[in-house]
Design a protein around this ligand. Structure first.
Ligand SMILES: NC(=O)C1=CN([C@@H]2O[C@H](COP(=O)(O)OP(=O)(O)OC[C@H]3O[C@@H](n4cnc5c(N)ncnc54)[C@H](OP(=O)(O)O)[C@@H]3O)[C@@H](O)[C@H]2O)C=CC1
Ligand SMILES: Nc1nc(O)c(N)c(N[C@@H]2O[C@H](COP(=O)(O)O)[C@@H](O)[C@H]2O)n1
Length: 275
């Protein structure tokens, strides 16, 4: 067993039971299922904001719900964000629960693969970017960057040296992701690269795109942390495109079923499935 780290997070066994029905099954090496178990998870304010303004990182989760998110990270093989989040947050995208690889555990056991959707190669990462520095330090995996352009050799070599890679897909020319990367293609590419479960963390553009009815069958689980604060107008808001019935009357864009709520400190965590 590797050395215990003081910054490792604790998430009690007693809290794990509540999450279990909403998590991917524990993976087996011989599992040949063709689907990627997909969890949509994020932290929001009472006014549905992820951040105070585009391009800034905002702490919403308290210590207990933050530990819950890190436990979720330990239970998925990958964690996906859009390039807006990669640029704004310089995120770690690793798991810091005590006992996973790099945090008291061996190797990279329990560390998810970071996935960044960056069709236009806007993320100017370097060896100092947190996610790459953690990979070099054995406390996380290097990212897979899903793009639609040819990356420079410099960036490609840097990623590959740390164990990451670029995955190139076509931009969608039809449907609800026209002009963007399409979720069916993204999830198929992850499956082709050995990923059996992914948690989609954000940010706003990614979540609002994924929450469209066209993709409802791709999402297995939704886990949302709600923090007791209003961030105010001008934030990065979760609000998927409006839907209307055949006669033009607005109807809800999406709704959850089989919902369960659980308090974590001052936050509440909501788990459910898309109808
Ligand atoms: N509270 C929380 O839990 C979280 C908060 N955040 C916050 O969210 C903010 C970032 O959100 P936002 O600015 O909306 O950026 P996103 O992280 O959602 O990234 C959006 C970009 O991803 C690319 N992309 C590729 N495919 C798709 C697709 N199918 N749908 C949507 N986007 C796609 C596009 O790049 P291109 O424009 O090049 O085509 C798009 O502009 C930050 O402030 C961050 O702190 C982020 C995650 C979680
Ligand atoms: N669960 C949660 N709560 C918050 O308050 C947040 N701001 C986020 N953001 C997401 O977590 C990433 C940052 O954490 P790491 O540096 O990777 O540990 C950030 O990029 C968002 O994806 N999440």
């Amino acid at each position: 067993m590797a050395e215990r780290r003081r910054d490792a997070l604790q998430f009690p066994e007693s809290e794990r039971e509540f999450l279990e029905p909403h998590l991917p099954p524990k993976h087996r090496a011989d599992d040949n299922t063709s689907r990627v178990f997909t969890t949509l998870t994020f932290a929001t304010s009472l006014d549905s904001s992820l951040a105070l303004s585009p391009g800034t990182q905002t702490l919403l989760s308290g210590p207990q719900s933050k530990a819950m998110t890190h436990y979720l990270r330990s239970r998925h093989q990958a964690i996906l964000v859009g390039v807006g989040t990669a640029i704004a947050d310089n995120p770690s995208l690793n798991c810091r629960i005590e006992g996973v690889g790099g945090y008291g555990g061996d190797g990279l056991e329990g560390q998810p693969r970071p996935i960044v959707l960056d069709p236009n190669l806007r993320w100017d990462f370097s060896s100092d970017s947190k996610v790459l520095a953690l990979a070099a330090d054995g406390r996380g995996r290097a990212p897979y960057v899903i793009c639609a352009k040819h990356p420079s050799d410099l960036k490609r070599v840097l990623l590959e040296q740390r164990g990451g890679k670029f995955i190139t897909l076509n931009i969608s020319d039809t449907g609800p992701s026209k002009g963007k990367l399409d979720w069916t293609d993204i999830l198929q590419a992850l499956r082709d690269h050995g990923v059996q479960s992914v948690m989609v963390e954000g940010g706003g553009a990614v979540i609002n795109n994924l929450l469209q009815p066209h993709y409802a069958t791709l999402i297995d689980s939704v886990i949302v942390t709600i923090a007791p604060t209003w961030l105010g107008q001008g934030g990065v808001v979760v609000s998927p495109p409006r839907r209307c019935s055949a006669d033009g009357t607005p109807v809800p864009a999406a709704r959850l079923r089989d919902v369960r709520w659980h308090p974590f400190g001052e936050d509440v965590v909501l788990c459910g499935k898309l109808q």
